[in-house]
Design a protein around this ligand. Structure first.
Ligand code: ATP
Ligand code: MG
Length: 414
């Protein structure tokens, strides 16, 4: 009787502790994630943090996170430490109950013979240890499922860009890239409207316009970093969603607005898109990108490491490395999001020559901030607030006396 009342109570208590342990473990994992990302941001932005005298603010944020995680760790230990005495206590209580209840049965009224009572007690005491092990297993399972829940959150996050079933392979780029009535929105923010644009093979199309006009967003649609929200984007007459992502991206090299480099050797950074490249190929790409001279002046040459995000290189050197990387991949389509960072005239010329070398015999979409770089483009697209407002070549646009003319004037004043 007594045992039947106590066992469910014991089960309930153990279950409660287990569930709350799971909740705390979950919280601790979220906090660890925050700490790691803050550490990364702090280390990469150290120069800015120091430059803006923001050490105290960052320090406070960091200590706050550490405090939080200590609090959670304490709560976890408290529950774990509590669990063991509680299960011991419940075990002893149940055993005492059994002894008291069975003893009564033996002494008052011959309901139970002393022999069978002792057999019963011996058997029951054998159950205590497995039962305790079971409660331990409950905590461990709960801790494990907390980790699994977090992993599932990441693994099952919806993938927004995906291959269709049985995609086509884009083996060769033959004719054109066309945007047909393309619109794009981030959630509810509508960024691009009604874009119609065709880039023929071998041509250079430039996108210009004020900051935030949607130029980078438009270029990102081609390698499918995002999918269009309205209209369609075709390569050689076929909607790009029908091609496999891998084969599509194989046809494209991208030089992004922020040079993205990894803490590795110069050679490894250049060979990112073509790991099997030979040393000669890497050197040839570096020469086209005007990077060869500065690389061999470094102590380790192509094998010298460049620091976190290329921190041991100058801005222009970083750009030329990303250009060498695009050159080595050698795809037919080139997307170039020109860096806004001001370079001095000499390194600007080096970077510009590198870009011109790279664009030869390719189809290019170039986002230009320095308009001098795209004077010779086959078509210049002027964007304003997500729309194409003017298009033509340098001369016809100047003659229109509109946005392009104003952009040129602003740069000449500088
Ligand atoms: N992840 C995002 N979520 C919501 N809005 C975004 C996101 N990324 C960009 N935007 C917005 O989309 C608009 C277009 O941004 P985009 O980067 O395409 O501009 P841009 O023309 O390349 O500007 P810039 O010349 O400064 O590089 C901006 O208003 C920007 O704030
Ligand atoms: Mg941009």
């Amino acid at each position: 009787m007594f045992v039947f009342v106590l066992l469910p109570i014991a089960g309930f208590v153990v279950g409660r502790i287990g569930r709350s342990l799971k909740k705390q473990t979950n919280k601790a994992q979220v906090k660890w994630g925050e700490i790691l990302s803050q550490m990364e941001e702090t280390l990469t932005g150290l120069r800015i943090i120091k430059g803006f005298n923001a050490e105290q603010k960052v320090k406070k944020q960091f200590y706050g996170l550490i405090d939080d995680i200590f609090g959670i760790k304490n709560r976890i230990s408290y529950r774990r430490d509590l669990a063991s005495p509680i299960s011991e206590f419940l075990g002893v209580t149940i055993l005492s109950g059994v002894l008291w209840f069975g003893g009564n049965l033996v002494l008052n009224g011959d309901i139970l013979s002393p022999g069978s009572f002792i057999t019963y007690v011996a058997l029951f005491s054998q159950i205590i240890n497995p039962a305790k092990a079971l409660s331990q297993a409950v905590y461990n399972v709960n801790r494990g499922t907390a980790t699994l829940d977090r992993l599932n959150e990441i693994l099952e996050a919806p993938v927004t860009v995906n291959d269709i079933a049985n995609p086509m392979q884009l083996n060769e780029f033959k004719e054109s890239i066309s945007f047909e009535n393309v619109g794009f929105s981030y959630q509810d923010d509508s960024i691009l409207h009604n874009i119609n644009l065709t880039v023929k093979k071998g041509k250079l199309v430039a996108l210009v316009g004020s900051s935030g006009a949607g130029k980078s967003t438009l270029a990102d649609l081609v390698p499918r970093f995002h999918d269009v929200s309205e209209g369609q984007l075709l390569i050689d007459g076929i909607n790009i969603k029908n091609y496999s992502l891998h084969s599509l991206r194989k046809q494209i090299s991208i030089v992004t607005q922020e040079p993205i480099l990894f803490n590795d050797t110069i050679a490894a950074n250049i060979a990112l898109g073509k790991p099997e490249a030979t040393e000669d190929e890497i050197i040839a790409a570096a020469k086209i990108a005007n990077a060869y001279d500065f690389i061999i002046k470094k102590e380790g040459g192509f094998n010298s490491t460049i620091g976190d995000r290329g921190s041991k290189l100058s801005g222009g050197e970083r750009q030329r490395l990303t250009i060498a990387r695009a050159v080595l991949k050698n795809p037919p389509i080139l997307i170039l999001d020109e860096a806004t960072s001001a370079l001095d005239t000499e390194s600007e010329k080096l970077v510009q020559d590198a870009i011109n070398n790279m664009m030869q015999n390719r189809t290019s979409i170039v986002i230009a901030h320095r308009l001098s770089t795209i004077r010779h483009a086959d078509e210049i697209i002027v964007m304003q607030k997500g729309k194409i407002v003017e298009r033509g070549n340098h001369e016809t646009l100047l003659a229109q006396n509109g946005y392009y003319q104003k952009l040129i004037e602003m740069q000449e004043v500088k």
